[in-house]
Ligand binder design. Structure first.
Ligand code: TYM
Length: 335
């Protein structure tokens, strides 16, 4: 047994393709999807089934899903190290979600702040899927026996719920699920809107200046950074109350690989009029190779199709094993 290769641990995560994927998604999550592939086997997904909790135009959803699929590979998902699939291609997700829903108290879902925020806004279409969404997310994670789940800070509560569901099912039936850990970066876990740095950068923001899309042109990126909201002081330091500057320093620091004190030193004594375009330049330089790779991948639809089909099959194989294990524990007659 001593020679038996150790099974690599699993990193699982997902992203919705309901709008333009932005710098917050990248710095908070995708960057770590990529980094974790060195130590873990990755399993990553474009979660189109999550996206329909909000009404989607069918053509846009299809286009956005394929664009996101190509973009994530351009960001560095390595198909030799990770399985990368489109969620609706793998039926076990919906199947496990049904089962886990029967092990999730109503009250726990009602405490989810994302649901509370959305329903409090009084939007129309507050549907049952929006409420049960965290159960589908738990299914995504638990189907692959994930050890770590790289996400931004806003998903922390959903991760806690996934852990609770796993622990509850394990408590009833014995060891069914691996209990996953969230992996949230200390720097970059919550990138803020450029238009209002007290709010997180979000795909759903109506203000076009709020978010930097990963596929924005250099021109657009520069304009957005130049108009980024800061404060009325003139000091480039990371300090409580300086939300806009803190956010720009955080972004600059991650894309250049310099730490925040080094960035503060570099811009010491300079004005915001110099600092803001410098951050824009750094971001545009950082994104340029990703954009180039995206164009190549997205330009070859036949290849893309082959990749997502193969990967759906691999994901179905892995998740099918877990689903059978769960069904067996629950007491369903084997097929
Ligand atoms: P989504 O699509 O909203 O966001 C994708 C990832 O980006 C992170 N993120 C941010 N990080 C830092 N700063 C921000 N401003 C910012 N905005 C978003 C999110 O935390 C997320 O990691 N429910 C998930 C998708 C999902 C999932 C899963 C994630 C479905 N199943 C299983 C992990 C595991 C979501 O809507 O993410």
């Amino acid at each position: 047994m001593a020679n038996q290769p150790q099974k690599r641990k699993i990193s699982f995560s997902g992203i919705q393709a309901s709008g333009d994927i932005h710098l917050g998604n990248y710095l908070g999550a995708i960057k770590n999807w990529v980094a974790l592939q060195e130590q873990y086997s990755g399993v990553y997904s474009i979660v189109d089934m999550h996206a329909i909790t909000v009404r989607q135009d069918p053509k846009s959803l299809r286009d956005n899903t394929l664009r996101a699929y190509a973009l994530m590979i351009a960001c560095g998902i390595d198909l030799n190290k990770s399985i990368f699939f489109i969620q609706s291609h793998v039926p076990a997700h919906a199947e496990l979600a049904w089962a886990l829903g029967c092990y999730t108290p109503f009250g726990e879902l009602g405490r989810m702040t994302q649901f509370k925020d959305k329903s409090a806004k009084g939007e129309d279409n507050i549907n049952a899927g929006l409420f049960t969404y965290p159960i589908l997310m738990a299914s995504d994670i638990l189907l692959y026996d994930a050890d770590v789940v790289p996400v931004g800070e806003d998903q922390k509560q959903h991760l806690e719920l996934s852990r609770n569901i796993a622990l509850r099912v394990n408590g009833i039936y014995g060891n069914v699920f691996k209990v996953p850990e969230a992996f949230i970066p200390k720097v970059g876990g919550r990138i803020m809107s450029l238009a209002d740095p007290t709010k997180k950068m979000a795909k759903s923001d109506d203000n076009p200046k709020a978010a930097i899309a990963l596929l924005d042109t250099k021109d657009v990126i520069m304009k957005k950074f130049k108009s980024a909201v800061t404060d009325s002081e003139a000091e480039i330091v990371y300090r409580e109350g300086k939300d806009g500057i803190n956010n720009l320093l955080t972004i600059y620091s991650i894309v250049t690989g310099k730490d925040i004190p080094a960035a503060e030193k570099e811009f010491s004594g300079m004005g915001y009029g110099v600092f803001k375009p410098a951050v824009g330049e750094a971001v545009a330089d950082f994104l340029a190779p990703i954009q180039k790779r995206f164009d190549e991948l997205y330009g070859d639809k036949a290849q893309l199709e082959q990749i997502y089909r193969e990967n759906a099959q691999k994901a179905a194989e892995e998740s099918g094993k877990t689903l059978r294990r769960v069904y067996d524990k629950i007491g369903f007659v084997p097929r």
